[in-house]
Design a protein around this ligand. Structure first.
Ligand code: SAM
Ligand code: DTB
Ligand code: SF4
Length: 337
């Protein structure tokens, strides 16, 4: 049974257990819903980079800050298709396309995005988009084009949020997630650690996600990448590996049927920390040499690590490619059962 009524005290109690108890509980929950030794590989591509009007203080793509990234307009479909085919070749079952927009605007660009989405979907990969806020009709058109998941992060707790972003409210983000859900796409939503927030803020982020019904089908956990030129470039808070693994385990326990994805920041993690995170219930990674604009470990390193751990990547032979134990094609069902 999945729960949607977690209290702050309960979440703290889970997180603060002795480490072995916490891992044991997380591992038990994990194995009830997923194979314990499989990791989903999800590949990212920034299809429109930079010049974003939002002021998210971690983000190199915000037009408010002077950062050294390659900015470009919407990429041509042929280029995106080539990248998607390469990702599939490398064993990726999900292809996630990001656009540095505050919100989607109707018109030629969105029409081109819909064409790209249906082409990538025809490769038999799960398509995910992350393009900022959207309207009900845009969400429906994306869904109809074959977009399986929409990523929109809550990023942190409602209390800490105002320290990080001023151009979009927490409520805007919750409203966007509702629209995604109503259109029938699956929800991908998580956050970032290492921005100066407290452990309570991290736990409140998880509680905000875990009290949504259904739970987001995937929960990306990012460790801040400090990018020169952004206000958080000199952030002093380093994320402790054990604290990070505790957070992964807590996410797994609160949201048993969701993919918990290690996203940004894996270049700063030791192989041992990643291994512990997998043991604690993380079962997906963002793969490739690049995230959207910053460095990522790359497929060769990931292949080596997964092999060393005797684990394997989820493939199409595992049903719909999401890695759930039950073979199914209905992720909402999985998140609710
Ligand atoms: N513009 C869209 C949006 O904000 O929803 C989509 C792309 S945005 C880059 C996706 C997510 O990447 C953000 O919500 C944030 O959680 C994460 N992110 C961005 N910059 C990051 C950084 N420097 N370190 C860690 N995570 C980051
Ligand atoms: C998410 O939570 N992390 C990914 C994905 N969703 C879109 C993005 C990470 C971006 C890290 C900074 C960069 O590469 O620009
Ligand atoms: Fe824009 Fe998304 Fe970056 Fe915020 S996180 S500045 S919305 S690209």
């Amino acid at each position: 049974m999945f729960r949607y009524d977690w209290s702050k005290a309960e979440v703290q109690q889970i997180y603060n257990q002795p480490f072995p108890e916490l891992i044991f509980q997380a591992m038990t929950v994990h194995r009830g819903h997923f194979p314990g030794n499989k990791i989903q590989r999800s590949t990212l591509l920034s299809i429109k980079t930079g010049f974003c009007p939002e002021d998210c203080s971690y983000c190199p793509q915000s037009a408010h800050y002077d950062t050294k990234i390659d900015k470009h307009g919407l990429l041509p479909k042929e280029f995106v298709m080539e990248k998607a085919a390469q990702a599939k070749e490398k064993g990726s079952t999900r292809f996630c396309m990001g656009a540095a927009w505050r919100e989607i605007k109707d018109g030629d660009q969105f029409d081109a995005v819909l064409d790209i989405v249906s082409s990538v979907a025809s490769l038999d990969m799960e398509v995910c988009c992350t393009m900022g806020m959207l309207t009900d009709s845009q969400a429906e058109r994306l869904k109809d084009a074959g977009c399986h998941a929409y990523n929109h992060n809550l990023d942190t707790s409602p209390e800490y949020y105002g320290n990080i972003i001023s151009t979009r409210t927490y409520q805007d983000r919750l409203d966007t997630l509702k629209r995604v859900r109503s259109a029938g796409m699956t929800v991908c939503s998580g956050g970032i650690v290492g921005m100066g927030e407290s452990i309570e803020d991290r736990l409140e982020l998880l509680r905000q996600l875990a009290t949504q019904s259904p739970h987001p089908e995937s929960v990306p956990l990012n460790m801040l990448i400090r990018v020169e030129g952004t206000p958080l470039a000199d952030e002093q808070q380093a994320v402790d590996g054990i604290e990070f693994v505790r957070l992964v385990a807590t996410a797994r326990i609160l949201m048993p049927g969701s993919l918990v994805r290690l996203s940004a920041g894996r270049t700063q993690m030791s192989d041992e920390t990643q291994a512990l995170a997998f043991v604690a219930g993380a079962n997906s990674i963002h793969s490739g040499d690049k995230l959207l604009t910053t460095a990522n470990p790359g497929d060769d390193h990931d292949d080596m690590l997964i092999k060393k751990l005797g684990m394997s990547f989820v493939g199409k032979e595992d049903g719909c490619g999401c890695g759930h134990k039950e073979h199914h094609h209905d992720h909402q069902h999985a998140a609710n059962s």
